[in-house]
Write a protein that binds this ligand. Sequence first.
Ligand SMILES: Cc1ncc(COP(=O)(O)O)c(C=O)c1O
Length: 408
Amino acid sequence: MKDRGYYEGFGGAYLPEILIATFDELVETFQKAKNDPEFWKEYVDIMSTYSCRPTPITFAGNLTRHFGGARIYIKREDLNHTGAHKANNVMGQGLLVKRMGKSRVIAETGAGQHGVATATMAAKFGFKCTIYMGEVDVRRQRPNVFWMERLGADVVTVREGTRILKDAINEAFRDWVTNMDTTHYVLGTACGPHPFPEMVSFFQSIIGKEARRQILEKESRLPARIYACVGGGSNALGIFKAFLDDPVELVGVEAGGKGLDTGKHASRLCSEDASIGVAQGYKTYFLQDNDGQMKETHSVAAGLDYVGVSPILAQFAESGRIRFESATDREVVDALSLTIKKEGLIPALESAHAFAQVFKEAPAMSKEDIILINQSGRGDKDIFTVADAFADPKWQEFIKEKAEEYHA
Ligand SMILES: Cc1ncc(COP(=O)(O)O)c(C=O)c1O
């Protein structure tokens, strides 16, 4: 990682004057912690006693036989406390908040996983907590909103703009500017101004560190390819980082939505619809029009439905070190259905993007090759969206009955 957070021109910290001292404090606290071996020990200790680290890798024998190609392994980030890799980042930032002596945390959330993880961390460490969430996401991820509120967080519904993740980020920054002295903004992905991309991927790197050791223990060789879904980029960077110097092909899978030719997607690095710009404090590829206005994005997975992408991934896209692909909503729902039936695993809709791409490529690979998929989260939160996608009549009947009960 480079000083001041530039990655071949991507990244940086484009900040209002008023936030500079707050960012300086954060950079200093993070750099001290990063260079302190005791801090990493404290981090690993809390992740193994409070979350579920090390998360295992699972051999997907049935999917491997079904496709008849490469041997498929799955890194189980769904087994983290609160059900996704988001816990890795929030617990790490929580430890930094304690070091900075602040008493309140705020966060944005799309799928709600990051919001639940932040509210959980706040409950454990005794911080006040406010979560910003777009109105569209509040509607499609209601179970997570319910849990955030039970955990004691104040969930603010954002009705500005397109009412999804980018709008929630804008609101969180507005809050931060007025409450810097007491408050830390726990950004949920490897985006935003320096040091967030470096800091979030530092905490998420625990995924790849474990996975590399685990696959070598099991198979005595490295995977041929590793696949991860890409929203902002934190779970992808988390697993990829440990393999950057290895002869391993790294594949990031973005949200193809209704198809790249429809304009209704969230593919920044593998569509022609994105261009380089500066927004939300950093420089990267954004889905924006010629006037720099952010375009509407679409994905069945709320956590991938974002206009920007990590500057670190933008750099690797340019250098060719990471290959980027996209999977459509339809392919993702089909991949999810197959994974549930064949392996008894329920990946989050976000993670199912990585599975969908693997299912396209695994059959043509050699039986000697190993594939590793990062299952970034579990799918329980998606029950409403997935039940709609499957048009499950028994579920629809259940919802109707519940609604009638409420109105009775
Ligand atoms: C389960 C899951 N996977 C992936 C993502 C995408 O985020 P990132 O690209 O930062 O890993 C999210 C975001 O909410 C998520 O909840």
